[in-house]
Design a protein around this ligand. Sequence first.
Ligand code: 6PG
Length: 469
Amino acid sequence: MANTYDFGLVGLGVMGRNFILNVADNGFTAFGNDLDEEKVSALIEEGGDSAKVNATSDVVTFVNGLSTPRKIMLLVPAGKVVDIVIENLLPHLDKGDIIIDGGNSFFTDTDRREAYLQEKGINFFGAGVSGGAKGARKGPSIMPGGSRDAYQHVKPIFEAVSAKYKGEPCVAYLGPKSAGNYVKMVHNGIEYGLMQLTSEIYDLLKKAGDLTNEELHETYASWNAGRLQSFLVEITSEIFEQKDDLGEGHLVDKILDKAKQKGTGKWTSQNAMDLGIPVPTIDVAVSMREISALKEERVKADALYGRPTPEPVVKKTLINKTESALYFAFIITYAQGMHQLADASKEYGYKLELGEIAKIWRAGCIIRAALLADITEAFKAEPQLQNLLLSSSFVDKVQETIGAARELVAYGATNGIPLPGLSNALTYFDAYTSSRLPLNLIQAQRDYFGSHTYERLDKEGVFHTEWED
Ligand code: 6PG
């Protein structure tokens, strides 16, 4: 059995098992490895009599069973486990072998691992994989970064197993070092933003428009048939349909309103701050998960302060306006994420092609949306575009929808309905499109109390004023 399998996968949890079965479905032979014997047996059973899939808990058998250069993907929890698995594999590998980390690893960990493995002649890839368990099985979006030459060995497998958008694979070599993990991190930041927006619009429709779950289902389903078509809008419409199997009514109403997080959204925000790139819609999406966690305090505060009773609205008008506002805010969220990628590309030397990234997000991943076809076109037409809002192809889309965003933000503020994603998207837009902001005053204040100096509009150079004189 020595050196036969085309592809190896360590970590036979839900994602790993689905991914390896997908590899086998696409004509490659695949060998799985996990310390857990039950997971090994489950995969062998699921693979049936097919000679295409096999699994073992023994690392030596596993490594010896792979054709060279070995292509070994890790689908294990991010963090220490990745290092442990690498150390277990290392003594048995040969120079030129390829390890691919398919988890949500922090990008600086990927840089560290790549440098460490490079010294040993092993190629290391950080490859973001998006699409959940179903995506892993039927076609995820894959975001690999690492050595371009080594990628040629992995390319045929990744192109075969990835999701397809009109026949085009949703995978592309993205850049050196941790480019793949970085792009996946920002993908998740955008995911946080879009999820926050879809949930606060639901709140607005429910509180202001009194929509029932059936109506919410129909509304999101009809949006999904139009310009808002996207995986998240689609699953949202389905969520409203789901009946509670443990009691009366709809399941969504029984779910505790505390959202958990594994950290990728927070990393996106933190790193955007480090880079000096504003992504306020993503920031506030992270903050909202944190506010949601303060359930007990929120209950106490609600009793202390209460809130206004929402003014009545015409349901049909509200639905039309929320559709426009959501579309506007989706554009802004992608614009912020792409802006961060453009800057990170320069800072970390990734040489990212934003058009390619938007292209591989059109299918398979959690943030797939009709809008990404337009974003792909915008970056293909202008590869150096600094911000989506500067693309002439987006001006009309924004102009047409921003009025609704303004009206709803005002309505939410007056009626005590929190719309943090939408209002931040709007504020970001208004600030980004202001040729003059009041930050001249901040410069004056800084110079007043700390002699920090300022620049002038009308003269070159750096100035300081003795303000108190
Ligand atoms: C994907 C997702 C996935 C992520 C979950 C949970 O692209 O398939 O981004 O990688 O782990 O969405 O993320 P949180 O637990 O942070 O919400």
